[in-house]
Design a protein around this ligand. Structure first.
Ligand code: GLY
Length: 314
C-alpha cells in the first residue's frame, strides 16, 4: 500500500505595506485560518481544507475578502474568488459577487456542480438560486473599515486615487490558501474584495486561473496577491508552477516570477507556494505579507521579511 503523504497547509492575508502595529490585528486571524484548515487535513481533503481556511479569512473583517471586502467607486461590494484542485486541474471561479457571505464556497459549487470553470452575471445569479444558496444582504457584509477606507477617498476623483494607491502599493489585499492532503492531492483558493474605489465591473487577477491561483498534483500549488492588473500581465500563478515544473523549488520559482514582475511592470506583489514535496513558502516583494503554515502539527507564521515565528503546536 502506498505510504500516506504528510499534510501541509499555508495561508495568506494579502501582500502590501502592512502599517506598523497592524500585526496584532492580523496575526490571530491568519493563524486561526491555518489551524482550522489543518484540522480538516487530518481526515479530509485538500479542497475541504482550503475552503475552510479561506472561509475563516472571509469571515474576519481584518482581511479584504467576504465580510470586510473593499468597496468599489459606487460604495458596493464586488467580490471575486477561485478554487482549484490539482488532480483534475478543474477550477471553479466567480466574479462581481455582491450578496454571498463566502464567495469561496460559491466558487467550489461552480467547480463541483457545473461543467464550466467560471460563472458571472445573470447566469451566476440564476445558478445561486438554482442551488438554493443563501444570500446575505450586502449591508451585512460591509465592514466599518471598508467604509472608512472609501470615505478617506471622498472628495477626490476615486479613479485617480485608486491609481495613486496602486502606485504606492499600500493596498493590503486578498486572502488565499494552498493545501496538500494525506492522499497527495493539492488544492488552492483565492478570494478578494478587489481595490477600494475600483471602477464598477473591474475584475482583478484573483478569479482567473493561472493568475490568482493554480495547482497541479505533480508540481505544487500557488495563491497570489497584489495588484491584479500586474499579476494578470505575467500570469503569475501559472508562471510559478511552470518554473517549478522545470526544476526550481517553490521559493526560487516565486522569487523569479516576482522579480520578473517588478522588472516588467514596476509592481511589487506576493505569493504562497506549496510544493508537491510538502515545502510551504511565503514569498513577497512588498514590505509585508501575513502568512501562516502548519506542517507536522507545528504552526509557523509571519508578516515581514525574514519572519518565521513559532506559533506552537496544534
Ligand atoms: N489581487 C486582487 C485584486 O487586484 O483584485
Amino acid at each position: 500500500m502506498a505510504s500516506e503523504v504528510t499534510p501541509v497547509i499555508i495561508v495568506h492575508g494579502g501582500a502590501g505595506d502592512i502599517a506598523e502595529g497592524r500585526e496584532g490585528a492580523v496575526y490571530p486571524g491568519i493563524q486561526e485560518a491555518a489551524r482550522e484548515g489543518y484540522k480538516i487535513l487530518q481526515d479530509g481533503t485538500a479542497l475541504d481544507a482550503v475552503e475552510r481556511a479561506v472561509c475563516c479569512l472571509e469571515d474576519n473583517p481584518q482581511f479584504n475578502a467576504g465580510y470586510g471586502s473593499k468597496l468599489n467607486a459606487a460604495g458596493e461590494l464586488e467580490m471575486d474568488a477561485i478554487v482549484m484542485e490539482g488532480k483534475s486541474l478543474k477550477s471553479g471561479a466567480v466574479s462581481c459577487v455582491r450578496d454571498i457571505k463566502n464567495p469561496i464556497k460559491l466558487a467550489r459549487t461552480v467547480l463541483e456542480k457545473t461543467e464550466h470553470d467560471f460563472l458571472i452575471g445573470k447566469g451566476l445569479e440564476a445558478f445561486i438560486d438554482e442551488h438554493g444558496l443563501t444570500r446575505t444582504p450586502p449591508s451585512e457584509l460591509i465592514s466599518e473599515r471598508a467604509i472608512n477606507l472609501l470615505e478617506s477617498m471622498k472628495g477626490t476623483d476615486y479613479l485617480s486615487e485608486v491609481k495613486r494607491e496602486v502606485r504606492k502599493q499600500t493596498e493590503h489585499d486578498t486572502v488565499g490558501a494552498v493545501a496538500l492532503d494525506r492522499f497527495g492531492n493539492i488544492a488552492c483558493g483565492t478570494s478578494t474584495g478587489g481595490l477600494t474605489g475600483q471602477r464598477v465591473g473591474r475584475v482583478g487577477d484573483s478569479p482567473l486561473i493561472g493568475c490568482g491561483a493554480y495547482c497541479d498534483n505533480a508540481v505544487g500549488g500557488v495563491s497570489t496577491t497584489g495588484i491584479g492588473e500586474a499579476i494578470m500581465r505575467i500570469a503569475m500563478a501559472a508562471r510559478i508552477i511552470l518554473y517549478m515544473e522545470h526544476g526550481m523549488t517553490g521559493e526560487a520559482a516565486a522569487k523569479k516570477a516576482l522579480e520578473m514582475m517588478k522588472e516588467r511592470t514596476g509592481y511589487k506583489s506576493g505569493a504562497i507556494v506549496l510544493g508537491a514535496d510538502g515545502q510551504p513558502s511565503p514569498v513577497f516583494t512588498t514590505s509585508g505579507l501575513p502568512w501562516a503554515s502548519v506542517k507536522n502539527g507545528r504552526i509557523s507564521y509571519g508578516v515581514r521579511k525574514g519572519d518565521i515565528l513559532d506559533g506552537g503546536s496544534m
